[in-house]
Each structure stands twice: as C-alpha cells, then as structure tokens.
Ligand binder design. Structure first.
Ligand SMILES: Cc1ncc(COP(=O)(O)O)c(C=O)c1O
Length: 499
C-alpha cells in the first residue's frame, strides 16, 4: 500500500484514542447525533502515513517542481529564509490575546509592515487584516460605502469596472450591495475615457481598476480617469494584484487612487495556490482611515513621566479606528503570511524596485523569445499578441485565435500540451476581451535559460497535430477533465465511504 486510498480499512494499526473519562452510559447525546455504525477510517501506521503524504505531494505541480507562468497570479519563488523567520518561536508561538507587553516584538513587525505598505502604495493607513485580495476588495469597498453613508451620499449605488477587470472586482462590489456598471475597453485594451465619462455621475461610488491592467498594459490615462471619477465625487480603487510591475517605480497614490489592496501571496513571495493561504492588506487615504477594520497597530507618542518616556515612545499597541466597519478577520489576519512578507521586504529593502524592473524585463524577454521561437519553427502565424504594445509590463497576453481557425487548436489545447512538456500552463481565457487568450507571467525569479527553454517548448507544442493536442495531457495524474461538469458536480471526497 502506498497511500490511504488503497487502504482496506484494516483495524488495529496507527494511533489509539485514550479511553473516554466518562463511561458511555453517562454521556447523553441527542439520538440523531449518535453513529449507527463505526466510521471506516483507515488506521495507518507512521510509515504508511508518511508514504501517503509523500505520494500526494508527488502528484502536485508547484513552483518548486517547475516553471509556473500563471498570468495574474504571480507565482514567484518562495525564499526559504522567509520560512525560517516565520518559525522563530518568539514569533510563531505567540498569541494576540497575550498582554501587549508580551507582544512588543510582533507588534513592531506589524507596525513596520503597515508603514512599508503605506509607502509602497502612497496611502496614509494600512490594515493587515484581510486574508485574500478579494477580501481586501470587499473590505475597502465597504469602507468607502460607510464613508458615503456618513456624508449622507446614499444615492451613490454604482461601481464602475472595465470589461477587462478580474471577476473578483464586480463580485466584491456586488457583495456590498452595489450595482455594477461595466465599461468597454478601447480596441488597444486600455480604458476608454469617453465610455467612462458617459457613465460618470453622482450615482457613482467607486471605480475599481488594476494598473497595469489585466492585459499587462500600463493605463497611461489613469490620471485623467481618476480626475473624471473624482470630478463626480466618486472614489478610485486600485486592485493591487499587479503590483509586481510597479513597486518602487510609481504608486497608486501618485495615480490618484483612494484605496488599494495588496496580494502579499503574489507580490511579496508568500506561498499560495489552490485558494490560499493568503493575505490581502488594504491601504487607504486619510479620509477613509477611520472606517478600517480594527484593531490596527499604533506606536504611542511619548507620554507619562520622564522615566517612562523612553519606553512610551517605543510602545506598540492595538487600537480601534473610530468608525470601523467591524472585523473581516481576527486581529491582524494571517500572521504567518505577514511575517514572510516582512522577511522578504527586509531582505530586498530599496531593491524592491529592481524586483519589479526584472519582472517587467523577464515578461518582455519571454514575449519576444516566444515570437522568435515560433517564427524559427514556422508556426508564428498561429499565435499573435493579445494586445498591441511595444512594451508589456510584468505579464502579457497571447491569442491562439489563428491556431483555432487554421487547425482547431484552442488556447486550452495548447495549455494542456504545455502540461505534458512539464510546465504549469499559463492562465487561459482571461481576460475575456482577448479571443483564445493565454496570459503569461514569468516573474523576476526565472533565469534566461528557463525562459528560452519554455519559448522553444511553446513553439514545439504548436507543431503538434490537433488530434494529439485534443487528447493532452497524457502524462499528468489527472487527464483532461470536463470543467463545466467538474464545477457543477463538485466531488470533494474519495468514494471510499460509499464502497
Ligand atoms: C487582477 C486580480 N485581482 C484580484 C484578484 C483576487 O486576489 P485573491 O486571489 O488574493 O483573492 C486576482 C487573483 O488572481 C487578480 O488576478
């Protein structure tokens, strides 16, 4: 037996529970909660358990096993030193319910993180509480909603999103009860200012947009867009999923935004995948700070008598913003993710700008390498850029529409073919505005050699015949799934119980 799913449910191995303290006759449970039969839990010995998890880990593809150019998800190397620091007992074993004087070290890290993110975003106050980008979006939009409610501007019931926006933007706004107003992009993929002007009025609460946008293009008209929205009294929200392109170069604050989220699990190298674990702190301008979820970490100004002054000046404490919308998580959210991010930024320091520059350089290098390799292989007519741009930012889009038309090869087929080549496939069919879209984001941590090899393999996949590609992948533990069926008929349990 190499894994749990092959286990025959044999009894008598593995961990034994201590006998209950109370005799069974003294335990009264509602009859509906009492088991009719013993559960068929596999009972594994330690070596079997180790084999099971090792077997599972080998079925997985991760950034540690291969190149992972998943556009918009920024899957970058997770430095191991971050793990070491996150596991220091003085950090890992502490609990926020301990008294403040036990927590000074941890609070000083959170305080520094708040400040560092404020500087990067050009914002006045950061909360570390949300645990995903999407939760950050929801939290910030709720703060803005509360801001308008206190001002009596309750007629602001709409949120503008461009048609290239990530799905979480309209979803977060809708969860707050806003009506979504989608505006079309220009043919070059950028924001259409005329379309924005046409919908901008005093019913608009927020415009949500990411820059560079989801096509990897910098929105050059962003200042004008901000002034249109501010002109009608609305607020600008920056979706920070694409921060990897601009860190230390520009900031949402400089672009006229009022609120922003970070994805620490993308830009700042916290491991992620499969929906978590994440961290999505938000930053806001001064006028929104009082609405943030609490507690925040503050640093007390000097107070008290002379003897206490030195201590007071460096005393970190929790505090509640005055008109807080309430909590979206406990305390500071996902502490482990924040510590890893802190370790990462401490190591880079001002070099964070170089990180973004290399991310942009790698994306542009790979884009050219793919075009060169497909040309040399004589298949360049099958793939075109998803958007016209001399320079992309940290990611770029390709369109496989010509391959589909010529040979019936879809973006999905190419993605599956790449799995057989040993890669994680780039993001497909997002953004929706690009037909047969493939979105590629190599990140700054990949070598020239990796990028060149991927480009060559990409061209090789385009030379494979359609029938073979329709059947791909053939080397992965799970072959091609019917994604619609899988999404509608979720099966999250091994059928072991039903045997
Ligand atoms: C552009 C964009 N916005 C928002 C999000 C949501 O972030 P999270 O997955 O952390 O909730 C993503 C996630 O991939 C994204 O790519």
């Amino acid at each position: 037996m190499s894994h749990l799913f092959e286990h025959n449910g044999a009894k008598g191995q593995g961990y034994s529970q201590p006998a209950p303290v109370l005799p069974a006759s003294e335990i009264t449970l509602p009859s509906g909660l009492i088991r009719k039969a013993l559960p068929r839990w596999p009972r594994l010995s330690e070596p079997e358990m180790v084999r099971h998890y090792t077997w599972l880990s080998k079925r997985n593809f991760g950034i540690d096993t291969g190149f992972y150019p998943l556009g918009s998800c920024t899957m970058k190397h997770n430095p191991r030193v971050n793990e070491v620091i996150a596991q220091i007992p003085g950090i890992a074993d502490i609990h926020p319910h301990q008294p403040e004087h036990h927590l000074q070290g941890l609070l000083s890290i959170f305080h520094e993180m708040q400040y560092m993110l404020e500087v990067c975003a050009g914002m006045d106050q950061v909360t570390l509480q949300p645990v995903a980008g999407a939760q950050g979006e929801f939290t910030a939009v709720r703060c803005i909603q509360e801001y308008f409610r206190l001002r009596g501007e309750v007629q602001r019931t709409k949120v503008i999103v461009p048609d290239s926006a990530h799905g979480t933007n309209p979803a977060s706004a809708a969860m707050c009860g806003f009506e979504i107003v989608e505006i079309p992009s220009r043919t070059d993929g950028r924001i259409d200012l005329d379309a924005l002007r046409a919908v901008a009025d005093d019913t608009i609460a927020v415009m949500m947009i990411t820059n560079p946008n989801t096509l990897g293009l910098f929105e050059e008209d962003i200042l004008e867009a901000s002034s249109i929205v501010h002109g009608v009294g609305g607020q600008m929200y920056y979706d920070g999923a694409n921060f990897n392109a601009i860190l230390g170069i520009t900031s949402p604050g400089l672009m006229g935004f009022d609120a922003v989220h970070f994805n620490l699990h993308k830009t700042f190298s916290q491991p992620h995948g499969g929906g978590g674990p994440g961290s999505g702190p938000i930053g806001v301008k001064e006028h929104l700070a009082q609405f943030l979820p609490g507690p925040l970490v503050g640093k007390r100004a000097a107070a008290g008598d002379e003897l206490d002054a030195a201590v007071d000046e460096n005393w970190y404490h929790w505090y509640q913003p005055t008109h807080s919308i309430g909590k979206v998580q406990q305390w500071h959210g996902n502490a482990g993710a924040i510590i890893r991010c802190w370790a990462y930024y401490r190591r880079y320091g001002r070099g964070l700008r170089t990180m973004s520059e290399h991310a942009v350089l790698n994306a542009n290098y790979l884009r050219h390498a793919i075009h060169k390799a497909t040309k040399e292989a004589g298949v360049d007519s099958l793939v075109v850029d998803g958007a016209e741009a001399k320079v992309a930012k940290h990611e770029f889009t390709l369109s496989l529409a010509p391959a589909k038309e010529a040979h019936g090869i879809s973006a999905m087929d190419v993605a599956k073919g790449l799995l057989d080549m040993g890669y994680m496939a780039p993001t497909v069919y997002f953004p929706l505005v690009v037909p047969e879209c493939m979105m590629v984001e190599p990140t700054e941590t990949e070598s020239k050699d990796t990028l060149d090899t991927f480009a060559t393999h990409f061209a090789e996949v385009l030379q494979v015949d359609a029938e073979t590609l329709h059947a791909a992948p053939v080397t992965t533990p799970v072959r091609r799934v019917d994604e619609v069926y899988a999404a509608r008929n979720l099966c999250l349990r091994h059928p072991y119980d039903e045997e």
